[in-house]
Design a protein around this ligand. Structure first.
Ligand SMILES: *[C@@H]1O[C@H](CO)[C@@H](O)[C@H](O)[C@H]1NC(C)=O
Ligand SMILES: *[C@@H]1O[C@H](CO)[C@@H](O)[C@H](O)[C@H]1NC(C)=O
Ligand SMILES: *[C@@H]1O[C@H](CO)[C@@H](O)[C@H](O)[C@H]1NC(C)=O
Ligand SMILES: *[C@@H]1O[C@H](CO)[C@@H](O)[C@H](O)[C@H]1NC(C)=O
Ligand SMILES: *[C@@H]1O[C@H](CO)[C@@H](O)[C@H](O)[C@H]1NC(C)=O
Ligand SMILES: *[C@@H]1O[C@H](CO)[C@@H](O)[C@H](O)[C@H]1NC(C)=O
Length: 415
C-alpha cells in the first residue's frame, strides 16, 4: 500500500475516533436540522492560557475569578478553577462557562442581574438537587441552553424557563420527575437524561407536552418498558442500556419523523414483526439483546445493527417480503457479529437490498459457547477507492489488514 494510502487510513481513523467521543454523549448532532450557531460560541478560549489581557480591562466588567475575552465580549469563562460558588454575573453576559469546578449550590443571588443569559454550562460540578434554589433559572427568560451533566442531581430540575431549547442532564442520579416538570418546556428540542436512575414510574410525567422535542436520550437508566407519551416530533431516540423486554405493537407509529433509534443493550427477545415499519427511519440499533428472528425492514433504513443477539438464521423474506423495482430498499450496511449464525445470509438479500455495501459477520457463537469465524467475515460489494488505485490485480488482502480495517469502519459507537 502506498504511503499516501496509509496516511489516508490513519487520518480516517482519527476522524472517526474523535467523532465517537463526541457522538457518544451528544447523540448524532449531524442530523440536527436546527442550526444553533446563533448562540454557540464562535470560538472556544482555553481560559487557562494567558491571552495577555487582564480581565479587569474588560470595560463591561467581569468576575475577578473569571476571564472575559474582549474578542467575545458576551462570554464569561470560569471553567476549571476549583470554584466552590458561582461568581456574580455581570448584566451583559450571555454565555457563562462554569464547568469542571467544585460548585455544590446554585443560589439566586449571583444571577440577580443576569437576565441576558442564553447559555449556562454547569457540567462536571457537585450540584445536588436540594442545593438548587427553587426558581433560580425560571426568571432567565432568554436562556436557551442549560448544561447540568455530570453532577449529583436527584430530581428533574423545575421550574425551568420556557425559552429553553437544550437541556443536558446526563450522568446524574435523577430518579424523580415532579408532576408538571415538563410543563411549559414547549421550545425544548434536545433533552439528555442518559446515565441516571429513571424507572418506569419516574416517567409518568407527560413528555408529549414538549412538542418540539427532536432528540431524547434515556439511555443507561432503569426502564423496563417503553416510555408512554413521548412527543411525536422526535427524530432521535435512544433507550439503550435499560432493561426493556417488550415493544408494544404499533409503538412507533406515532413518530412519523424518527430517523435514528437505539434500543440496543436491553432484554428484547421477541418484537412485533413490523414494529420498525417507520417510513423515515435511517439508523436502527437493536444490538446486544436476545432476538432470535429478523423483522420487517423499512425502505428508508440505511444502517442496521443487530450484533450480539441469538439469531441462528436470517429469513430474508421476513426482512423484505417483496421486491418493488420502483422503490428499492436503501439498506447499505448490516452488522451481525456475535450471533449464532452458521452461514452467511442467503444471496437473495442482494436482490432485496441492492444498495448493500457491506455485511459484517465477525465472530459467531457456537452452541458450546465458543466463538467461530464464518468463512465470509465481511461481505463487501465495492472496493474502496484506495484499493482500486493500487490496482496490481491481486484481489486478496492479508487477513489481518482486512479485519483491522473492518474495525475502523464499523466502530460500534460510530453512527
Ligand atoms: C446588580 O447590579 C446592581 C447595579 O449595577 C449592583 O449594585 C449589584 O451589585 C448587582 N448585583 C449582582 C448580584 O451582580
Ligand atoms: C419559542 O420559540 C419561538 C420560535 O423560535 C419564539 O418565537 C418564542 O418566543 C419562543 N418561546 C419562548 C417562551 O421563548
Ligand atoms: C399529555 O399531553 C398531551 C398534549 O399536551 C395531551 O394531548 C395528552 O392528553 C396528555 N396525556 C396525559 C396522560 O395527560
Ligand atoms: C449501562 O447502565 C449501567 C447502569 O444502569 C451503567 O453502570 C453502565 O455504565 C452502562 N453501560 C454503558 C456501556 O453505558
Ligand atoms: C408498513 O407501513 C405501511 C404504511 O405506513 C403499510 O402500507 C405497510 O403495509 C406496512 N408494512 C408492513 C410489513 O407492516
Ligand atoms: C421465511 O419467512 C416466510 C414468511 O413468513 C415463510 O413463509 C418462510 O417459510 C420462512 N422461511 C424459512 C426457511 O423459515
Amino acid at each position: 500500500m502506498s504511503l499516501f494510502g496509509r496516511l489516508w487510513i490513519v487520518f480516517c481513523f482519527f476522524e472517526v475516533t474523535v467523532y465517537c467521543q463526541y457522538a457518544m454523549y451528544q447523540m448524532d448532532e449531524d442530523y440536527d436540522e436546527e442550526a444553533d450557531d446563533e448562540y454557540s460560541p464562535a470560538f472556544y478560549f482555553h481560559s487557562d492560557q494567558d491571552y495577555g489581557i487582564s480581565s479587569h480591562q474588560n470595560p463591561l466588567g467581569c468576575a475577578a475569578e473569571c476571564f472575559c475575552p474582549l474578542t467575545f465580549p458576551s462570554a464569561m469563562y470560569c471553567d476549571n478553577r476549583k470554584l466552590k460558588t458561582i461568581p456574580k454575573i455581570p448584566m451583559h453576559i450571555e454565555q457563562l462557562y462554569l464547568q469542571f469546578n467544585e460548585i455544590e449550590a446554585v443560589t439566586a443571588h449571583p444571577f440577580a442581574n443576569a437576565s441576558k443569559l442564553k447559555e449556562i454550562n454547569l457540567g462536571h460540578n457537585k450540584i445536588k438537587s436540594h442545593k438548587i434554589e427553587r426558581g433560580v433559572f425560571v426568571g432567565l427568560s432568554n436562556l436557551l441552553q442549560l448544561h447540568l451533566e455530570h453532577n449529583d442531581i436527584e430530581d428533574f430540575p423545575s421550574p425551568l424557563p420556557s425559552s429553553l431549547e437544550k437541556l443536558l442532564l446526563g450522568y446524574n442520579e435523577i430518579s424523580r420527575v415532579e408532576a408538571n416538570a415538563m410543563e411549559g418546556l414547549m421550545n425544548l428540542t434536545t433533552l439528555d437524561l442518559c446515565h441516571n436512575r429513571l424507572q418506569d414510574s419516574s416517567l409518568r410525567e407527560n413528555f408529549s407536552q414538549m412538542s418540539k422535542l427532536v432528540q431524547l436520550n434515556l439511555g443507561s437508566n432503569r426502564l423496563e418498558s417503553m416510555p408512554p407519551d413521548l412527543p411525536s416530533s422526535l427524530m432521535h431516540l435512544s433507550l439503550e442500556n435499560n432493561s426493556i423486554s417488550l415493544i408494544p405493537d404499533n409503538y412507533f407509529q406515532r413518530f412519523p419523523k424518527l430517523l435514528a433509534l437505539r434500543v440496543s443493550s436491553n432484554s428484547l427477545r421477541e418484537i412485533p414483526y413490523d414494529v420498525f415499519n417507520i417510513s423515515s427511519l435511517i439508523e436502527l440499533n437493536v444490538g446486544h439483546n436476545k432476538l432470535k428472528q429478523a423483522f420487517y425492514i423499512p425502505r428508508s433504513l440505511q444502517h442496521l445493527y443487530m450484533e450480539d443477539n441469538d439469531i441462528e438464521y436470517i429469513n430474508v423474506t421476513l426482512m423484505c417480503p417483496r421486491i418493488d423495482p420502483m422503490h428499492y430498499h436503501h439498506l447499505t450496511y448490516i452488522r451481525l457479529d456475535q450471533n449464532r449464525l452458521k452461514e452467511p445470509i442467503s444471496s437473495y438479500v442482494f436482490f432485496c437490498f441492492p444498495y448493500i455495501h457491506s455485511i459484517y459477520y465477525g465472530e459467531q457463537r457456537k452452541p458450546d459457547g465458543q466463538m467461530m469465524l464464518l468463512k465470509t467475515q465481511v461481505f463487501r460489494r465495492f472496493q474502496e477507492e484506495e484499493e482500486e488505485e493500487e490496482g496490481d490485480g491481486e484481489g486478496n488482502e492479508p487477513e489481518g489488514q482486512e479485519r483491522g480495517r473492518t474495525e475502523e469502519n464499523f466502530d460500534p459507537y460510530f453512527y
